[in-house]
Write a protein that binds this ligand. Sequence first.
Ligand SMILES: NC(=O)C1=CN([C@@H]2O[C@H](COP(=O)(O)OP(=O)(O)OC[C@H]3O[C@@H](n4cnc5c(N)ncnc54)[C@H](OP(=O)(O)O)[C@@H]3O)[C@@H](O)[C@H]2O)C=CC1
Ligand SMILES: O=C1O[C@H](COP(=O)(O)O)[C@@H](O)[C@H](O)[C@H]1O
Length: 512
Amino acid sequence: MANTNPFREDLVTRSQAAPCTVVIFGATGDLTHRKLVPALYNLAVEGELPPGVKIIGFARREKSDEVFRAGLKEINPKVSRSGHEAKIWDPFEENIHYHQSEFQDVDGYQRLADRLDEIDNGRGGKGNRLFYVASAPEFFDDILENLKKVGLNEAADGCWARVIVEKPFGTDLPSAKHLNEVVSRTFAEKETYRIDHYLGKETAQNIMVLRFANAIFEPLWNNRYIEQVQITCSENLGMEGGRGGYYDKSGAMRDMIQNHLLQLLSLVAMEPPTDLSADGVRDEKVKVIRSLRQWDTPEKVAENVVRAQYTAGTVDGVSRVGYREEDRVDPESMTESYVAVRCMIDTWRWSGVPFYVRMGKQLPKKATEISIHFKSPPSVLFNSDSSGTPGGNVLVIRIQPDEGISLRMMSKIPGANLRLEPVKMDFHYATSFGKGSPEAYERLLLDSMAGDATLFARRDEVEEAWKFVDHIERAWHESDNAPPMAEYTAGSWGPKEADDLLKQDGNEWRRL
Ligand SMILES: NC(=O)C1=CN([C@@H]2O[C@H](COP(=O)(O)OP(=O)(O)OC[C@H]3O[C@@H](n4cnc5c(N)ncnc54)[C@H](OP(=O)(O)O)[C@@H]3O)[C@@H](O)[C@H]2O)C=CC1
Ligand SMILES: O=C1O[C@H](COP(=O)(O)O)[C@@H](O)[C@H](O)[C@H]1O
């Protein structure tokens, strides 16, 4: 199919996604059942899955292909965005197989290699392979090393072997560096795809289009016109589904800020790339993360970062226990379920503009948005109490739900008197395009089959983000004068300390 996108000459179109065998490590797990296989199924529904794609699920439990397929089929209708149609599922399912092995057992990989060769022999001896590491992180090394031991990291002539690595990509800078070393010993960087599912969200991809395909925004996109930027990710869940064990070792800073929210920040703050190649875009994103002012002492952390845990409360009319009472959470835990950070980007463009980033569990609703707060106009004309003082314009990018963009601006209230009121110009994806957005994993799986790593994190981005986060984590967990842990009631909008953080600058959080 020809590239019909006038904006992106060098676009790797979806039709370039190549047939391959997708091997999923951790295939009996939650991610595979709720996200990965439904994403592949939805691609099949949309007619975008390359013909001949096969899926091999790799995990420890004994299962036949039939039992594995039955488990996937049972959950698919509940989680697939396009429901479940037998006429699509039945042929799709025939290409799903199960491979039983321990991650640590090299023989299991040799058997996998034999199986892949068998599949590829049916394709004239050639086959592309996409290895998806969807296990707990402690197995990442074993899986990568074992793939290499049996030569599965190498591709036949004219084919490719790629690896997708799930999050968390390390737990701090040293572990991320170590993992990057292991990855780079096994796969070339261009064949490595570090998942950050926020980059696959339609609305996150639209940030660059908004900025660089509309001439009206970019001239204003700097510290002359923008006063502050807010990035909020609010979740109305806590530690459901047995997540407490993982989360208590991670916390909001590592779980969401280090990856998803710093990625959003870098898309908002980056310079225009010279082209839309993967490295063109990622070169600019990494410069932003590298330019973050480091909060590298406990005093700076206390001044610029707030951490908190929820106490018992009510969300959506349902009583919730406090964070420390959650299943698999240490009753004396010092892990944050909420974090708010004032980020300063020391570049010419952003000098003096605070980027406030916050994320919390057990807040009143599930929503992620970015708001760009423009400076107020000079208060010369409309400044009397009777007319109403105009505030600055606010551009809101709703990442989810109700994906869209709105612009708050001042308008005259109809009538004889000159009185002003803020109004909203609103764009909703659902109404403008008449259909829901694809799931992030759909786009990311397809891009990895097409060899387009633009929406995946590069090694240096991940490491720079850990550098920023590690300073804060050290101040919290290793210093004698560690900044305190605040509290907020489940169902509230977070701790008072986070409001105070903005008040110091004369700002306040936007209400979602
Ligand atoms: N679940 C989610 O929504 C998300 C998950 N992730 C990440 O994805 C990864 C997987 O998460 P999730 O699916 O929830 O994890 P689960 O705990 O649900 O699944 C773990 C999988 O690993 C397999 N496994 C464990 N030990 C071994 C072993 N020694 N040898 C072979 N297989 C083994 C299990 O197989 P068996 O059942 O046979 O023991 C199972 O298939 C994690 O890194 C997580 O951080 C990221 C974003 C969201
Ligand atoms: O990676 C993660 O993301 C989810 C939030 O993802 P979303 O697409 O639903 O916004 C978060 O709940 C989880 O803790 C984290 O590990």
